[in-house]
Write a protein that binds this ligand. Sequence first.
Ligand SMILES: Cc1cc2nc3c(=O)[nH]c(=O)nc-3n(C[C@H](O)[C@H](O)[C@H](O)COP(=O)(O)O)c2cc1C
Length: 336
Amino acid sequence: MSNDRVSALMARGAAFLGTRTAIMAGAMSWVSERHLVAAISNAGGFGVIACGAMTPALLDTEIAATKALTDKPFGVNLITMHPALSELIDVCAKHDVGHVVLAGGLPPAGSLERIKASGAKLICFAPALALAKKLIRSGVDALVIEGSEAGGHIGPVSTSVLAQEMLPEIADQLPVFVAGGIGRGDAIAGYLEMGAAGVQLGTRFVCATECVAHPNFKKAFIRASARDAIASVQIDPRLPVIPVRALKNASSELFTAKQREVAQQLDEGAVAMGEAQLQIEHYWAGALRRAVIDGDVENGSVMAGQSVGMVKKEEPVADILATLMAEAETALAKRG
Ligand SMILES: Cc1cc2nc3c(=O)[nH]c(=O)nc-3n(C[C@H](O)[C@H](O)[C@H](O)COP(=O)(O)O)c2cc1C
C-alpha cells in the first residue's frame, strides 16, 4: 500500500526535518545513542541524540560515530540546565548538526542566538500556549508539544488537550510536532489532520532491535500495560520536582527516600534550591542508567510512557516506522 495521504499531510514536517516521514524519535537519555539514532534516520524517520549529562567531549564522539553510521539528517537534544551548555552548542556547530532540540525549559540567554548563528534549526518544547507564543516571537524554528502521557519528565496537561488548545493557534506559524502517548498510526493521522506538521515518539522505539537498551529493559516494556506507567509523586511542597513517568517498581520508594534526603539538606541550609533540584536530576540520570544499561529494572528507573501497552515485541526500526505509516494511511483511507 502506498502512503500517499499520510505523506501529503507530513510534507511540511518532512521538508523541515529533511526526511521521508515527519516522525521524530524523541531523545531518550542512555537509549538514544548512535545505533538507534542512525537506524531511525536511515529508515526515513528523524533520530535525535540524547546528550543528557554527557560532557562536550563525549557528545563530540557520539555525533561523529552517528555520522559514520548514517548520511541522513539527525538532531541533537541538549538540556538547558547542563552546566556546559555553551560548549555543547559549539560541539553541535563544529559538526554542522542541522537541528538542535532544547529541552528542560526556556532557552537560557544567548543560547538561541548561538544555535541559530551556527546555521542549525532550533526546536523547543512548549508546555503551554503563552510560552509557545513567546518562543515563536523569540525566533524558534519549530515546537514540540508534549502531553503528560509521555515517558520521562512530564508536564501536567494531556496531549489531547494541548493539541486542541495549541494547534489551531500556532500550527500555521511554524511546524509543530505532537508528542506523548502515541503508539499507533491512527493517532498520528488524527494529529496531522488537526494541523500538526509531524509527531514525536519515544516509548514505541525502545524495543527496536537496533536499540542498545538492556534486554531486561525491553522485556519490562513488552510486559507492561498503560496503567503500569505512572508519574512520580512529590513528597515535600518546598521541593518542587518535575514529575517523571516510569514503570511501577521499587525505585518509587528509592525516589521518596532521595527527596527526603534532599529536603532535609534544604532545611539545614546545606544546599540552595537550585543545587537541590540538580541533585534530583542527577538522581534520575543515575537511576535510568541503572535500568537501561545495567538491566536493573527493579531498583532503576524504567522511564516509559502510557503507550507502553502497545509495545508488543522487539522488531527492527524500519518495521516500526512502516507499521506506523500503514496504520496512519489506513485510518485516513477509512475517512473516504
Ligand atoms: C526512557 C526515556 C528517556 C527519555 N529521556 C529524555 C531526554 O533525555 N530528553 C528529552 O527531551 N526527552 C526525553 N524523553 C522523552 C522523549 O524524548 C519523548 O518526547 C517521549 O518519549 C514521547 O512520548 P511517548 O513516550 O509517549 O512516545 C525520554 C523518554 C523516555 C521513555
